[in-house]
Design a protein around this ligand. Structure first.
Ligand code: ADP
Length: 159
């Protein structure tokens, strides 16, 4: 049973995240999509409970996905749930430096947990959650970029 975790902020989940999750689901037996409760980040738009609900609804077509949240070290969480790896998405060279540093640090902290990088379809490489929050706050239609339930939740937030 090969289990991996996919940690992130998911504020909110986008089609870029879903693309990575779909690829991870095809490669591994079980994928835990897990919200990192990062105290250094500014106040998120969606609460952790809202993000969990949005993820669950968006990912219900994938039978081998679970949604969770955690605080503390990613490698400790990975070990606790029995995961062999950490999935991260690489959109562009701009992601590389930070992701490379994180992956090496995590390997130093726990040599048994590997980081696996997956690339999304090119059409999602320019997508990130903060652009979506900005567009939605300006009442722009984001339905090409996020699942339907997320689009609805954004419309409700920005009424
Ligand atoms: P964001 O950078 O959008 O705030 P997260 O903190 O939720 O996203 O990131 C979780 C992981 O998902 C990271 O590895 C990030 O590189 C990846 N990711 C985010 N958006 C995309 C995308 N559009 N395509 C592929 N991977 C992505």
């Amino acid at each position: 049973m090969r289990k991996v975790i996919y940690p992130g902020t998911f504020d909110p989940v986008t089609f870029g995240h879903v693309d990575i999750i779909k690829r991870a689901c095809e490669l591994f037996d079980s994928v835990i999509v897990t919200i990192a409760l990062n105290p250094n980040k500014l106040t998120p738009l969606f609460t952790v409970e809202e993000r969990i609900e949005l993820l669950k609804e968006s990912l219900k077509e994938f039978p081998n996905v679970e949604v969770d949240s955690f605080d503390g070290l990613t490698v400790e969480y990975a070990r606790k749930v029995g995961a062999v790896g950490i999935i991260r998405g690489l959109r562009a060279v701009s992601d590389f430096e930070y992701e490379f540093q994180m992956a090496l640090m995590n390997r130093k902290l726990d040599g048994d947990v590997s980081t696996i990088f997956l690339m999304p379809h090119e059409k999602y490489t320019y997508l990130n959650s903060s652009i979506i929050r900005n567009l939605a706050s300006l009442k722009s239609d984001v339905s090409d970029f996020v699942p339907e339930n997320v689009s609805r939740a954004l419309r409700e937030k920005f009424g």
